[in-house]
Design a binder for this molecule. Structure first.
Ligand code: ADP
Ligand code: MG
Length: 690
């Protein structure tokens, strides 16, 4: 292969920007960039989804009608004509080999005629059909023979084709760059690679794109998948070792205190709450600091479980900090905890951005000298001057909304490592949590407290839109409120999807001109968002039109209807989350799903949301139907994208985990192999690493 250099004499390396590569125009660069592909390295790691096998060559005389076949031929002649009736451009060619003649025909690709000079040797691949005149290749792919086969006559890579990036284009750009894979630093240490019988990265990349055979293709993928799993496990196991070796705050599990708390509650705990509380209390009593995630739908009673942990922490004489991503949520937690803990002489304090200076000073003083035990708040808790005398438990709600650094700053407000409890209403399936969470133990709340009515959910066909609006009007007439969720902020003609701003204008001026309609979307400042949400929660608007930014945990007990536009564009678990914003008061609530166009699979998906009310089950269904990329919680968790690894491959996971453990036993600080240290940066958003 010719050396890969540009006329400008730039020597290409894996880190070269694709804009420096000949033949990639601005439009393609933009399309690649959307896929996160900006450099040669990125492009080399853009792996095919499968290969198309056109290796078996059939002599023309033995071609059979009705099958996809490949032949090696010479062009006898080729021409172009336009059909009289439909004015369709047709290119026809007569192709020969030693055994016979076959024709080929292409529709509406007139330019092809220029690529079919007489005498040219070709590999053709496509479906052969029988016509009056004999056998015909219909719309076949073809490629001249000699000079590096990329499309036909080999195992040709087939890529995910988005934004106008065809496999043919990607092949033509990737193949000449493959020699540069030699310059990629192998992130797998040679020792691990040898022990696992895996090929070097340069070979793996070359073989993943243009393999010698199937066996080689699958070994190349396995190698890259192992690398991803190994690094993930290395990061997870490192975080785990660090945590367990740090001196934690021990909070003894006092059964009498737990029992007294449960008895003081105005309701019996659900079985799930009981089990989760037990797991948490046991973890806190262990010497290694707790690192646990409590997953459960909005309203499943996570705060009540956290309250029990706070009571135990109070009894042990240590403090608890509860942090939520927004002021409304912090206030809500504060109210819930105050109600639950009142009987235990525990009055939580609230610290948010808007807390007046004097009150703030008093709170800081009370926490610093240990007079108070429980502080609830927002980011305001991590300010430097917030000091705890003895912090033993940190609870973070919707923790993916905070950066690792913010979480750590709160945890470090103690000399010892405090116990850490994260809560989330965006569950990821258990099968995934094993890999994705690594160092975290997970507790799940699967059931809602009794007495809650499930939100009646319906997929509304387009012709019933007016009836749906009439229904909203009727609910508002009964002083209830409604949400309208749209997939986009602004109109985008190409997608034909309803946007929040356009929908807001339409509803405000036409459909509900006499009602109070408000708008909420992600381009508003955090402050504006909170204010509008709070105004709605206080009943100052009848209808809130919003994008998916709308707060997960916010309680608006008076809201009874949620309309979701373009429902087919959301994941099932996400739809379920939206739905959780209604049905929080004593009134019967409704979720109306409007869809753009629905194929059978789309209808089936929406029907599932209508009939299933378990968030975990829906997350699991998302996983089955659309793959890990579409599991909402996973994306929010910040896990680096997996190119080859299958997060559900437990055997691979265990193999990678064992290898990672072995490596850490010998080289706990990753000083033994530089690329490993560097690779760990990619996992900072997931694990608390130093
Ligand atoms: P989450 O934090 O999971 O969204 P909360 O803990 O805020 O849920 O609980 C939602 C509401 O349900 C609160 O008003 C809470 O007091 C109440 N609740 C919690 N657990 C129970 C239960 N076991 N039975 C009845 N009501 C409960
Ligand atoms: Mg909550």
């Amino acid at each position: 292969m010719a050396p890969v250099t540009r006329p400008a004499s730039t020597v290409l390396t894996p880190s070269t920007s694709l804009s420096a590569i000949a033949g990639i125009g601005t439009e393609k660069l933009r399309a690649l960039d959307k896929l996160g592909i900006a450099t040669v390295h990125d492009l080399l790691y853009h792996l095919p989804r499968r290969h198309e096998d056109s290796r078996m060559v059939t002599p023309v005389a033995r071609l059979r009608a009705g099958e996809v076949q490949t032949s090696r031929v010479r062009v006898r002649n080729a021409g172009r004509r336009v059909t009289a009736k439909k004015r369709m451009v047709i290119v026809e060619a007569s192709l020969v080999d030693d055994s016979g003649v076959v024709s080929a025909v292409w529709f509406n690709q007139g330019f092809l005629v220029n690529q079919l000079r007489g005498g040219l040797e070709l590999m053709v691949h496509g479906k052969v059909e029988s016509e009056r005149t004999g056998l015909v290749f219909r719309n076949p792919k073809f490629e001249p023979v000699g000079g590096g086969q990329r499309d036909v006559g080999l195992l040709a890579p087939v890529y995910r084709e988005t934004n106008g990036l065809t496999s043919k284009f990607l092949r033509s750009k990737i193949e000449p760059l493959l020699p540069l894979a030699a310059g990629i630093a192998d992130r797998l240490p040679p020792q691990v690679r040898h022990a696992e019988g895996l090929m070097p990265i340069a070979r793996a990349i070359a073989q993943a794109h243009f393999p010698d055979d199937e066996e080689s293709a699958s070994r190349a993928r396995e190698r890259i998948a192992f690398e991803e799993m190994f690094l993930l496990q290395l990061a997870a196991q490192r975080a785990r070792r660090r945590r367990l070796s740090s001196a934690g705050v021990v909070i003894p599990y006092d059964v009498a205190t737990a029992r007294a708390f449960v008895q003081s509650l105005p309701f019996p705990l659900t079985d799930g709450q009981r089990a989760a509380a037990h797991e948490i209390l046991r973890d806190m009593a262990d010497s290694g600091p707790m690192n646990r995630l409590l997953q459960g739908d909005v309203g499943s009673g996570k705060t009540a479980v956290a309250a029990m942990a706070a009571v135990m922490s109070h009894r042990a004489g240590v403090q608890t900090a509860v942090m939520a991503p927004t002021e409304i949520l912090a206030r809500q937690h504060h109210a819930t905890l105050s109600a639950l803990l009142d009987a235990h002489g525990l009055a939580p304090r609230l610290l948010v951005g808007s807390t007046p200076a004097r009150a703030r000073r008093e709170i800081l003083e009370a926490m610093a000298n240990g007079r108070e035990t429980l502080l609830v708040g927002t980011h305001a808790l991590i300010e430097d001057d917030v000091v705890f005398s003895d912090l033993g438990l940190v609870v973070v709600d919707e923790q993916h909304r905070f950066g690792v650094a913010q979480r750590q700053r709160l945890r470090r407000k103690s000399d010892l490592t405090p116990n850490f409890l994260a809560m989330t209403a965006t569950p990821i399936p258990r099968s995934l949590s094993l890999t994705a969470y690594g160092d975290v133990n997970v507790s799940e709340l699967h059931e809602m407290p009794p007495g809650r009515q499930p939100v009646a959910t319906r997929v509304v066909p387009p012709h019933q839109r007016d009836e749906a609006y009439a229904f909203i009007r009727e609910q508002v007439g009964q002083r209830r409120q409604a949400f309208v969720i749209c997939p986009l902020i602004e109109e985008n003609d190409k997608l034909g999807v309803r946007s929040a701003t356009a929908e807001y204008e339409r509803l405000r001026t036409q459909v509900f001109a006499d009602l109070r309609v408000e708008l909420l979307h992600g381009r508003l400042s955090a402050r504006d968002k909170e204010e509008r949400m709070a105004a709605f929660a206080q009943g100052h608007a009848d209808i809130l039109v919003a994008t998916s930014v709308i707060e997960v945990g916010v309680d608006v007990p008076n809201a009874t209807v949620i309309v979701i536009e373009g429902a087919e564009r959301f994941g099932l678990a996400q739809l379920h989350q939206f739905r959780g914003r209604v049905g929080r008061g004593q009134h019967r609530s409704f979720c109306l799903l409007f869809a753009g166009s629905l194929d059978d699979e789309g209808s089936h998906r929406l029907d599932m949301v209508a009939t299933t009310h378990d968030g975990f089950e829906l997350a699991e269904a998302d996983l089955r139907l659309r793959g890990p990329g579409d599991v909402a919680g996973l994306r929010q968790h910040g896990l680096p994208e997996m190119l080859a690894a299958d997060l559900l491959d437990v055997a691979m996971l265990q193999r990678a985990r064992t290898a990672a453990q072995r490596w850490l036993d010998v080289d706990p600080n990753l000083t033994g192999y530089e690329p490993l240290r560097e690779a760990m940066h990619g996992y900072r958003a997931v694990f608390d690493l130093d």
